[in-house]
Every structure is written in C-alpha cells, then in structure tokens.
Design a protein around this ligand. Structure first.
Ligand SMILES: O=P(O)(O)OC[C@H]1O[C@@H](O)[C@H](O)[C@@H](O)[C@@H]1O
Length: 293
C-alpha cells in the first residue's frame, strides 16, 4: 500500500465533481446553479486505513461487520476494504465528466480475500465508473475471475446534502419492509403509507424492495433548500436510510456537533441477508443515479 492521496477535480459545462483515488471516493458533485448535492464534513480526514466521512463511500464486500446465516457477523474492517483501498484511476477511459477506476484481488491482502470467499481466496475484478454532469451516475461492477463462487454485500453509501434533516421527507419506500437496525435483533417493520421523516434521533433502516419493485425511485424533498433530490438505482435489492441524529453523531469523531442535520444517507445496497452471489465468470452491476428537481 502507498499513502499518497490523489484528489481529482472534474469540471464540465454542467457540473463539477471531486473524487479521490483512495476508496474511489466521490467527495462532491454539484450541478451548476445548485448548492452541493453531496455532503461531507467541513474537516475531512485522509489517513491510510481510515474511511473518509461523507461523499460516497463504496461499501464492499461486506456491510458493517457482515451478515451470515441470519446473524450479524464479525468481519473487519467495517464496511469492507474497498473504501480504504487505493484504486487505480483509468486515465484513458476518463474525461472531464467521466471517472473510471479499477480494483482487483491483487490489490487486497490474502486474509481479506479469504474472509470474502468464506475460506477460499476470492478472485475478482471491480470497476467503478462515475459520470458527473447534469445527472450523476455511479456504477460498480464486480466480476468473479476465480474458480470458486463467492457472495458479497455492497452499497453506494451516498451522503445527500440537505438544509435540515428534521425538515425533509423521503418518499418512494411507502409500504416497504425494513430492518430497524437501531434496535437489538434488527426487527422487521413495515413503512406505513407515508414518507420517512426524521426527529433528531438515529434512523438506521435497511429497506427491502419497495412495493413498486427492486429499483424504486426515492425522492428527498427538502423544504429548506427548496429542492428535491431524485435517487434512482438498479441492481439493488436494499435501500439503506441513515442519519445518526444528535446523540449518534456525538459518538462519531469526524462529524462536528452542528453537522448531523446537514445530511441524509440514501444508499443503493445489497446487504443484510440478500448479498450478490457470483459463480466463476459472472458479473454484477450496482448503479445509482442522482438528479435535482
Ligand atoms: O461510520 P461508518 O463506518 O461510515 O458507518 C456509518 C453508518 O453507515 C450506515 O450505512 C449503516 O447503516 C450504519 O449502521 C453505520 O453506522
């Protein structure tokens, strides 16, 4: 591993974006004429082995500490190794509106590949392509290029910038079943036929496919900033909705006391008992698209 943090700016006629090679981590995407759409704290820590807060952490190949046989597992590092790996920037396939990154099992220590492969060393090739203009699209593709099948969790852990989380509503998940992971045992609940709102306590919910299908469109209606962020996705069974609330944020070193109301995470995911399984030679793509209405 090196510890050279390269951060790249992408500027075109419609938008600007900033991405660091560490974690292939998108820090900002701002369409012209809008306040930032992605949130990150005022102070960003760049340190080898430490996950960056805000933007879009790329969660792979397990979510939190993993989930196996119906139970929370005990895998480290939290949210997998992708967000703390130095990815390869593919200069030839990139432009002022497109960033393409790759990561393969050659970049990952053997013990983590064995954890990923359930004892066998997983062998994979991953590409991450980000398109940033008027719309934003992130697509994460994993190919099993080994001889054994493997399963993995994944999430595009998108921090959306909002005026005040207590004055937003999130629609598109009405009637969907979710795991409430703020409660011991992660009980299953059903979202009533009403938008999700936030009262300053922690929300940490893993939604399963909504009634209108796997790839339901989620809208974040923001009264304070006078805009709606539209979140579309594909290749994703779960949607995670997270805000730590005042108390939760107090325990997170890289979120200052006054910062937690400024974001909501809406994550395109496959996790918590519905991982992706790839046989040798198979690929899967998870995508998320953002736009402002
Ligand atoms: O602090 P981290 O490792 O970036 O994780 C932040 C949060 O990420 C969310 O996606 C999870 O649902 C939460 O349980 C977790 O606390």
């Amino acid at each position: 591993m090196n510890d050279c943090f390269i951060t790249r700016d992408f500027v075109n006629d419609d938008a600007s974006a900033t991405i660091t090679d560490y974690g292939a981590h998108v820090l900002d995407w701002t369409p012209n004429g809008q306040p930032k759409v992605l949130w990150h704290p005022r102070a960003i820590t760049l340190s080898n082995g430490v996950a960056i807060r805000g933007g879009i952490p790329l969660v792979f190949p397990w979510f939190n500490s993993g989930f196996e046989n119906g139970h929370v597992a005990d895998k480290q590092p939290k949210h997998g190794f992708a967000r703390i790996s130095f990815w390869h920037f593919d200069e030839a396939s990139s432009s002022n509106a497109v960033a393409r990154y790759t990561l393969t099992s050659d970049d990952v220590p053997d013990d983590l590949l064995r954890t990923m492969g359930g004892g066998e060393k997983a062998s994979f090739h991953a590409t991450y392509e980000v398109r940033c203009s008027k719309e934003f699209q992130a697509s994460f593709t994993v190919t099993n290029d080994g001889e054994h099948p493997f399963s993995y969790d994944e999430a595009l852990h998108t921090y959306l910038h909002v005026g005040d989380v207590r004055r937003i509503s999130v629609t598109g998940l009405e009637g969907a079943t979710y795991f409430d992971t703020t409660i011991e045992g992660h009980p299953t609940r059903v979202q009533p036929d009403e938008p999700i709102t936030f009262d300053g306590t922690m929300t940490d919910s893993i939604y399963q496919a909504a009634s209108d299908g796997e790839n339901a469109v989620v809208r974040v209606h923001d009264e304070t900033l006078g805009r709606t962020i539209v979140v579309e996705k594909s290749g994703s069974h779960n949607t995670v909705v997270w805000n730590p609330g005042e108390q939760g944020a107090a325990g997170i070193g890289d979120i200052a006391n006054d910062e937690w109301p400024g974001f909501v995470c809406v994550e395109a995911a496959n996790n918590h008992g519905t991982p992706v399984t790839l046989a040798p030679g198979e690929s899967h793509t998870l995508s998320q698209t953002l736009r402002v209405e």
